[in-house]
Design a protein around this ligand. Structure first.
Ligand SMILES: [Zn+2]
Length: 343
């Protein structure tokens, strides 16, 4: 794909324009409908892409302008899930949410994001990355009244994700990323079947594949949870050894302002690492030097040709000017370290 040293990217979403959805709000409902919504999403994608390219981001995305929620927008397109029958469940062992129910065999009748990915592909010659939810995070966002087995349901979703991923690859996507924040919570399940399900989702793909494991958006349920994790966050230590052995190409991590000991990255030596060098839970814009400092620390544990500077997580809830400032800081910080490496 790209031969550039330290190619920059974002882990996930970017803010939506105020005419498309309420700004600075997570999972904000659409302001448009019908054809206007379809056109509006495409216009927002163009704007988001242009902002990434202007900031000098090397691996670009749709900024998730095409979806309201990183999990449920995908699930909405599947058969077997009833969005009217809602149950309250605890998500990631952390907060109660009213979620849809699995009422029958799950299946994908038609592609979900493939047309959007083709549209993005037409707009840019840069490498593009597309995010899908991971199987474990999908099952953790539903009430299952049909399979009555988290593992079985995850496996069915993995097969569906694989169908979608193969079509995204054919549409010209260079990196397919699976968002698995649940990997930071259910360690036994991750090792028993979570990583196996992820490998089922990427089976047969020739494009690069990534898994994004984070501590979540800067919302209260997450910041409260983080306060309980102590001074050193060692969650990654539970899943990295098995992940290192897996067929996934890239691991996307939260490193900026987090309490994750950087040396844990050593446990996935050999993998490409998307190092989060931008904190998404604060409006303070990092200086290029702060970004460079995080990247230099990561370079102790990742070979330079495998280091991908990125953000900790998505930036959808941030003000647009803040997100733009952070994209610029990411580029500038990566440029500092790139110049140091090239002497
Ligand atoms: Zn994230």
């Amino acid at each position: 794909m790209t031969q550039l040293l330290l190619p920059t990217s974002t882990a996930g979403s970017l803010p939506k324009p105020s005419w498309l959805a309420q700004p600075e709000t997570l999972w904000s409902p659409w302001k448009l409908e019908g054809q206007e919504l379809i056109d509006g999403k495409q216009d927002a994608l163009r704007v988001s892409l242009q902002e990434q390219q202007t900031a000098g981001i090397d691996i670009v995305s749709d900024g998730e302008q095409t979806r309201q929620h990183f999990v449920t927008t995908f699930i909405e397109h599947l058969d077997g899930v009833d969005f009217e029958q809602r149950r309250t469940v605890k998500i990631r062992d952390r907060y109660d949410a009213s979620v849809p129910s699995v009422v029958g065999a799950v299946s994908r009748q038609k592609p979900v994001f493939v047309e959007d990915a083709k549209f993005l592909r037409q707009q840019t010659d840069k490498p593009i990355k597309w995010a899908l939810p991971g199987p474990m995070t999908m099952i953790d966002t539903l009430y299952d009244g049909h399979y009555k087995s988290r593992e079985k349901l995850a496996w069915e979703f993995a097969k569906i994700l694989n169908q979608e991923a193969r079509e995204l690859e054919a549409a010209g996507v260079d990196i397919i990323q699976f968002d698995e924040p649940a990997f930071n919570v259910f360690f036994d399940e991750v090792n028993d079947w979570g990583i196996a399900a992820l490998e089922r989702a990427i089976e047969g793909l020739k494009c690069e594949t990534a898994v994004h494991i984070c501590y979540g958006y800067g919302i209260k349920a997450n910041t409260d949870w983080k306060k309980t994790l102590g001074s050193e966050w060692r969650q990654y230590e539970e899943v990295f050894p098995r992940l290192q052995q897996s067929s996934i190409d890239i691991v996307s991590l939260e490193c900026q302002n987090s309490h994750v000991p950087m040396e844990l990255i050593e446990l996935i030596r050999g993998k490409k690492v998307m190092v989060g060098a931008i904190d998404v839970a604060t409006n303070a814009i990092e200086t290029p030097e702060q970004v460079a400092d995080t990247l230099r620390k990561a370079l102790q544990f990742v070979d330079a040709d495998k280091l991908y500077p990125s953000t900790n997580c998505g930036m959808a809830p941030l003000a647009r000017a803040v997100a733009r400032g952070k994209l610029n800081a990411l580029s500038a910080g990566a440029a500092i370290v790139r110049n140091e490496l090239l002497g």
